[in-house]
Ligand binder design. Structure first.
Ligand code: B12
Length: 143
């Protein structure tokens, strides 16, 4: 399965993004890594160009929220991407923050999976569970 990854907005923290790339490759995904300083619209453009089914976004500097509010808007604009799985993780606010507040906020912007201060492998396990659930729902809908 194809995945687009990168670090959103004005964020230059590259290490987790490199680890994401390696871990996804090890799990059998085909990775298109846009690197640091990537705008939300560029993630969507890359999904169109590559045919990726997943956008996996990293952010560590605490500023992701200002750069990632327009997921729903872009999904509507790009039309064929309504099935695109949107995931974001890292430090999703300034300071330590509280996941109980942060996760629903990002979900409201249009993210399917939100991992605030969750380690990468736990996050990727969550992604795989989510993909399986979606496949199961699709199967049930088709029968
Ligand atoms: C190295 C570092 C830097 C380096 C970055 C070098 C580089 N090119 O990568 C330098 C010195 C340049 C830097 C700069 C800055 N930094 Co800095 N930096 C760090 C530091 C020490 C380590 C970050 C790192 O690479 N960790 C290694 C990764 C692998 O581990 P991790 O961060 O824990 O990531 C795990 C999870 O978050 C998760 N994860 C990450 N992304 C994703 C995505 C998904 C989908 C999932 C599931 C999981 C996931 O998986 C990772 C592995 O388990 C941290 C402090 C710290 N000890 O964590 C601060 C830190 C991230 N930096 C911070 C800040 C504020 C900055 C600056 C804004 C400082 C400044 N005023 O200039 C600038 C950023 C400028 C910018 N435009 O982005 C803050 C962020 C605070 C916040 N969020 O509230 C931190 C936390 C320091 C602090 N305690 O204040 N930084």
């Amino acid at each position: 399965m194809k995945v687009v990854t990168g670090v959103i907005g004005n964020d230059i923290h590259v290490v987790a993004n490199r680890l994401m790339d390696l871990s996804l490759n090890a799990r059998g995904y085909e990775v298109f890594n846009l690197g640091v300083n990537t705008y939300l619209e560029e993630f969507f453009d890359a999904a169109v160009e590559t045919g990726a089914k997943i956008l996996l976004i990293s952010s560590l500097n605490g500023e992701a929220e200002g750069w990632s509010r327009e997921v729903k808007l872009l999904k509507a604009k790009y039309k064929n991407l309504d099935q695109l799985i949107m995931m974001i993780g890292g430090n999703l606010t300034v300071g330590s923050g509280n996941s109980d507040d942060i996760v629903p906020r990002y979900k409201n912007y249009g993210f399917d999976l939100v991992c605030h201060q969750v380690d990468l492998n736990t996050g990727l396990d969550m992604l795989e569970d989510y993909i399986q659930q979606q496949a199961h729902l699709q199967e049930t809908a088709n029968t």
